[in-house]
Design a protein around this ligand. Structure first.
Ligand code: GLV
Length: 315
């Protein structure tokens, strides 16, 4: 494939260890009729373009000429742990229908906690008609760590629900109605003004284990944690200890260090933890394929191409 002379008919290597792998393959064939698509473990050693989800090192080693690797999701942490072909650049899905899902997932978790819907469900199950005193939004500031495309959409939606919202990111962002803080120096201030902490960070060596005892204990008393990023952001035993001590009211976790969560893991039986199986933001296949196909058809030299991962930052 030539940067300045797009060649949509080039070889494309597909590596998709996705439950929806067959759907991806047939939709990609329809969206890229001129491309010759080779599905791993078959090898297209000449391919300069790959479309992947959770590829192995063997896939990378078999495709040394790759120049562009499209990741089928937003998070590229699994990919960035591999040794990539020398000239390969990684492109992630930008939004692709995930931002709105993240917004409704996080707002649902915030509202369920804030409005005490679990307690009302327990009351209803016990045939107990028991109104509680309304809580004040001012007492429940929500802090979102990570203000990429998905984090931004979450903060904007929380603002519409009238919560005080803080955002924390590596470099400073400006979001209407959100108190934005940036960098390691502002982390303590961000935490000490936050009661409901939402993790939407990319997973990199710098953010692994970032949600630990030191982080969670700085939240306002009665804190709550929502993780829609990666399980490895959280030191799980620290979360459990702070829930047990009463400093934290609970957590909603869409991701865990080991997935599926193993039988017998204490999260299964902790009444203050709500679990979902990594479904907060699922790639919408048609939107993702439209995005990938339009980038392939535009040619990789197109200066408007976006979504490239910075290998230094790892996202
Ligand atoms: C899902 O977790 C993704 O990274 O797209």
């Amino acid at each position: 494939m030539n940067d300045s002379n797009p060649n949509p008919a080039g070889a494309v290597a597909l590596c998709c260890s996705h439950v929806e792998g067959a759907t991806w393959e047939s939709r990609l064939r329809a969206a890229l009729p001129k491309a010759s698509l080779t599905v791993w473990p078959a090898v297209a050693a000449e391919a300069e373009c790959a479309i992947v989800w959770s590829p192995t090192q063997a896939f990378m080693d078999a495709h040394p000429r790759l120049r562009v690797i499209f990741n089928m999701g937003a998070g590229v942490d699994a990919l960035m742990r591999l040794r990539l072909p020398t000239h390969a650049r990684v492109v992630r899905i930008e939004d692709g229908g995930m931002a709105v899902q993240m917004a409704d997932y996080v707002c649902h978790a915030v509202l369920r906690h804030f409005r005490e819907f679990d307690a009302y469900a327990d009351d209803a199950a016990a045939h107990n008609w028991r109104p509680r005193k309304p809580r004040l939004r001012a007492d429940f500031p929500v802090g979102v760590m990570g203000l990429g495309a998905l984090g931004l959409r979450v903060t904007e939606t929380l603002v519409k629900f009238d919560f005080p919202v803080l955002g924390w990111s590596q470099s400073i962002k400006h979001v209407e109605g959100v108190t934005c803080l940036a960098g390691a120096d502002a982390f303590d201030e961000f935490l000490s003004r936050t009661r409901i902490l939402v993790c939407m960070l990319p997973l990199t060596p710098l953010t692994r284990d970032i949600v630990c005892s030191a982080t969670l204990s700085r939240l306002l008393p009665g804190g709550y944690f929502i993780n829609v990023a990666r399980g490895a952001h959280l030191v799980e035993s620290d979360l459990l200890a702070l829930i047990q001590s009463g400093h934290l009211a609970g957590a909603t976790l869409d991701v865990t260090r080991e997935e599926p969560l193993p039988p017998g893991h204490p999260f299964w039986t902790c009444p203050q933890i709500a679990l979902t199986p990594h479904i907060a933001g699922q790639t919408v296949i048609d939107e993702a394929i439209t995005q990938i196909a339009s980038k392939i058809n535009a040619g990789f030299g197109d200066p408007r191409l976006s979504g490239f991962v910075d290998p230094e930052r790892g996202y």
